[in-house]
Write a protein that binds this ligand. Sequence first.
Ligand SMILES: N[C@@H](CCC(=O)N[C@@H](CS)C(=O)NCC(=O)O)C(=O)O
Length: 247
Amino acid sequence: MTVVPSSTSTSLTFAQMSELAAAKGNTLKLKYFPFHGMVEAARFLVYTSGEKYEFVHPEAWPEDKVNTPFGVLPVLNIITESGDNLELAELAVIENFLAKRSGFLGNSVWEESIISMIVSSTSTVFDKYIVMVIRSPDSIRQELLDRWLDLTLPEWIKYHEQYLINSGNTGYYLKGSNEVSLAEIKTATLLPAIMKIAEKREYFSEEKTPALFKVLETAKKHPEYARWLASEEYKDYTAKNIALLGF
Ligand SMILES: N[C@@H](CCC(=O)N[C@@H](CS)C(=O)NCC(=O)O)C(=O)O
């Protein structure tokens, strides 16, 4: 099998690439399938970056795999003003890169690590649903869905409620913070989908999950996030997500 490596700007040094990636005036191109899937937070971070951006979709899949670093999406291409093309793959890395650029990753290395820790926990619960349930054979999907609903999800709910309450139940994960970070954005983007998937279990309510609901309110009060939720682009991805995945 021949794998053609995806394009990278090999003539630039890492120091040059770092400078270019942080510069203003770039165009951000985020490639993923034409629904929210796993990139809802990443799309918001692109939207709020202040840079020109394009949300692009593969023309043909799996044919387009070979044009990505690891055969999967999302991929972020940063096109600099001088036409260089810097490429990043792997969702967590793309999210962190974009979040750091726009101030959604705290104000110190420790805050950054705590935010990444919380995001990783939330990403994992959703990834498990995608990998264990959605991609499973029809014959065992219901059993795996029940396992996710009865074991995986309740743990996430319990520990996140506890973490938020220990942080003061303010709607922010970081104690004493009043700045929206990727931790709140990640939860706010995935919680509505998770609630829909689990609606028959009745795990979520103002009484049962007050701290998680406060995170949703915190995110919705963020002016840029509210603007993103109201945008046609966002609504279009939501409609396609519902049509394809049911949430
Ligand atoms: N480790 C990757 C996983 C990405 C992933 O699983 N992408 C899926 C879409 S959600 C994909 O590209 N699937 C198509 C394929 O595997 O051919 C990441 O975190 O970005």
